[in-house]
Design a protein around this ligand. Structure first.
Ligand code: GCU
Length: 378
């Protein structure tokens, strides 16, 4: 494995054969695929290719004047069928009512089932502040991850993976995180068909295990314009080699079904991994990526999350984008929003809060081309 000169991290701009990546084209056409394949094989697993299953979308309900009259609530059933059977997943969304153009969308990969509070009524949630999102001219969509695949060991076949026979599984097959991420892409398939949504301005957001999922979703699916990872920690934004929080052995021990079987080989052997998490962030380039940490979240290790942002910068630079724009972690409540890698550290504990959402939307407002933004009428 090639190491960069300044640190013990694998170098994203050196091919596995040892040659440097010399142009944006070499990155796009060869190196990006090489790194993504390493993440698939050793960490998250391979997800099914399009064409190996059928999918259908059905709008189940449409409720105007929701969220105090500001939004239309829409519930969609996404059904998938494969050789092992069929599974249906719900997608919940609010689109701003008074917009003159399709609205850019924030899709939350909801690991806490907080979005369910809004299924039939207007309920406030700091974790998914749909009212605030809509107020700022964005559509708010959410997928409840446990509906996609239960968050417990031994249950993969009960979830969406059950559309394929278990006998097809290999050591580099998708785990629960990749299954959740795959469902995020299927939600985007639906959003592309929704005339109220500007799917070219779609952000995928997740917290903690959902943040790991959002990153993998954005790495696999280049249609997402912005990828947001909140407090994602181990096997999310935090560098495996430097973290002082959760290690690979910890995560494999507590959550043996999240990643592919091959990942277990790296428990206690971080330095043998052919990639590290800065390269996952680099897979978003030249799109927008956002990492957020919390001061009391030592398990996710803010320093290692920030260090991954810095180490991803050379790839953004090669593609003509600036990165996080600082080499030291900023003080709390001092968001770094100038480059294509956004970052903030929030005071407080492991959580997704209205402050975090405000920062994500400020970042999107700043970086999405103005002409593409929906405008609130009246
Ligand atoms: C556990 C786990 C983390 C994960 C977190 C969460 O703490 O060890 O990796 O991010 O749960 O999802 O809240």
């Amino acid at each position: 494995m090639k190491q960069s000169s300044q640190s013990a991290l694998p170098a994203p701009l050196i091919f596995s054969g040892g040659e440097p990546v010399r142009s944006p084209r070499e990155w796009r056409e060869k190196r990006r695929g090489e790194i993504r394949e390493l993440f698939r094989t050793h960490i998250y697993g391979h997800s099914p290719a399009a064409g190996t299953y059928l999918q259908t979308f059905k709008v189940l309900s449409e409720t105007p004047r929701a969220l105090g009259g500001t939004a239309t609530r829409r519930q969609i059933a996404m059904t998938f069928e494969g050789p092992g059977g069929a599974r249906t997943i719900g997608l919940l969304m609010f689109v701003p009512e008074r917009v003159t153009r399709p609205a850019p969308v924030f899709l939350l990969l909801d690991n806490r089932m907080e979005s369910g509070l809004y299924r039939d009524r207007d309920a406030g949630s700091g974790f998914w502040p749909a009212e605030e999102i809509v107020k700022r001219g964005y559509a708010a969509a959410a997928l409840s991850l446990p509906d996609v695949s239960p968050d417990r060991d031994g249950a993969l076949q009960e979830g969406t993976q059950g559309i394929f026979p278990a006998s097809l599984r290999t050591d580099d097959s998708w785990g629960a995180i990749a299954t959740w991420a795959w469902a995020g892409s299927r939600a985007l398939d639906y959003l592309e068909t929704d005339p109220d949504v500007d799917a070219a301005r779609a952000a995928v957001v997740g917290h903690s295990r959902g943040g790991k999922t959002a990153l993998w979703c954005g790495a696999e699916d280049e249609r997402f314009a912005l990828v947001v990872s909140n407090n994602s920690g181990s096997t999310g934004a935090a560098l495996a080699r430097t973290t002082r929080g959760e290690k690979i052995a910890d995560i494999n021990q507590s959550f043996p079904y999240w990643f592919c079987e091959n990942y277990k080989r790296y428990s206690g052997r971080e330095n043998d991994l052919p990639v590290d998490q800065h390269e996952l962030l680099a897979l978003m380039a030249p799109r927008l990526v956002y990492v957020s940490s919390a001061t009391d979240d030592a398990w996710a290790d803010p320093d290692s999350e920030f260090a991954a942002c810095v180490a991803a910068e050379p790839v953004f630079a090669l593609l003509g984008r600036s990165g996080v724009g600082a080499s030291e972690i900023p003080p709390p409540e001092t968001p770094l929003h100038s480059g294509s890698i956004g970052y903030h550290l929030r005071t407080g504990r492991h959580d997704l809060t209205p402050y975090d959402w405000k920062c994500f939307m400020d970042f999107a407002d700043r970086h999405y081309p103005l002409a593409a933004m929906s405008t609130l009428a009246g």
